[in-house]
Design a protein around this ligand. Structure first.
Ligand SMILES: Nc1ncnc2c1ncn2[C@@H]1O[C@H](COP(=O)(O)OP(=O)(O)OP(=O)(O)O)[C@@H](O)[C@H]1O
Ligand SMILES: [Mg+2]
Length: 290
């Protein structure tokens, strides 16, 4: 009886979500443990089999850093973005396309899901351009060169439509190219935000390794359960968001601006966090509304 009750309680949510597209960003930090990764993939498959169309985008931060160190390269970040020289780019492609993307796809297949691995350059899904960032150094604004770090200039979701309409689950790595074919390393969060906007997703779900957006980064009990666009924008402008959370928050703002209904930042290392966030009133992480 208890089991059946759970199903019945989920019915309104299933009804609401059936037929809608959800973009799920799989954070590298939420994938370091294979067991957790497989559980999350099973949860995404549950969404798929109740009629939700998932589009998965993944990062791979911890594994890239680990491999870089093996090759004698030192990981360096500016505002959550990895400084990427030519050697680093090679490692990034190797790890993201060669390893993580492939692992996610095979884990979907193992559990009965028709996943297709692509990178953001495939089918011109994302056309990239070199990203530069401005930073204040000693009161003066200077432009920093991050190497082969890109940002998306245009998103063309045709390839995703073909896959999703034919019941495939796209699994996307954040490697994109410009029109000349130069390859760039993009932040997966930002790519997820743009893609969610381009496919008019119902939700953007960010899986990471912290409970959600924290009011105080060092205090896990300071979780913000619900926040709206303008308050989140204010937190970002006031410098209250740091490191890897910066691109996540930017991505959420991009997605909401482009028409996505809601965005969620949740702890992907906690069992069934996606299901708790989507199918219960209380949720588990941070929900961002318009
Ligand atoms: N206000 C904040 N609330 C929560 N986390 C924060 C905050 N400010 C900074 N962070 C940091 O952001 C990190 C999450 O971003 P990070 O880029 O490291 O992981 P990810 O995006 O999930 O993985 P990947 O980059 O591999 O895809 C957290 O581990 C935390 O240290
Ligand atoms: Mg990140």
């Amino acid at each position: 009886m208890e089991d059946v009750k759970v199903l019945v309680e989920a019915l309104p949510y299933i009804k609401e979500f059936h037929g809608s597209t959800m973009v799920i960003k799989f954070g590298g930090h939420a994938m370091v443990n294979e067991e957790i990764m497989e559980k999350t993939i099973k949860d995404i498959l549950l969404l798929y089999f109740v009629g939700i169309k998932p589009i998965v985008i993944h990062g791979g931060g911890p594994e890239i850093s680990e491999k870089m160190e093996k090759f004698g390269l030192k990981p360096k970040f500016v505002d959550g973005l990895r400084v990427t020289d030519r050697d680093t780019l090679e490692v990034v492609e190797m790890v993201l396309d060669g390893k993580i993307n492939s692992k996610i796809v095979s884990t979907f297949i193992k559990n009965g899901g028709k996943a297709v691995g692509i990178s953001a350059k495939d089918g011109l899904l994302v056309v990239a351009k070199k990203k530069t960032i401005k930073k204040k150094v000693g009161g003066e604004e200077v432009e920093l060169d991050l190497g082969f770090v890109g940002e998306s200039e245009m998103v063309n979701p045709d390839i995703l439509k073909i896959l999703v309409d034919n019941k495939f689950i796209p699994v996307i790595s954040p490697i994109a190219a410009d029109k000349e074919g130069n390859v760039f390393n993009l932040n997966a969060d930002i790519v997820a935000g743009h893609i969610a906007g381009a496919v008019k997703a119902k939700k953007l779900i960010m899986l990471t390794d912290v409970p959600g957006l924290l009011r105080n980064q060092n205090d896990p009990s300071s979780l913000i359960s619900k926040i709206d666009y303008s308050e989140l924008e204010k937190m970002l402008e006031e410098g209250k968001v740091k490191g890897g959370m910066i691109p996540k928050v930017e991505s959420v703002l991009i997605a909401l601006k482009e028409g996505v209904e809601k965005a969620h930042i949740i702890d992907g290392s906690k069992e069934h966090s996606i299901l708790i966030e989507l199918f219960t009133k209380e949720g588990i992480g941070t929900m961002v509304t318009k």
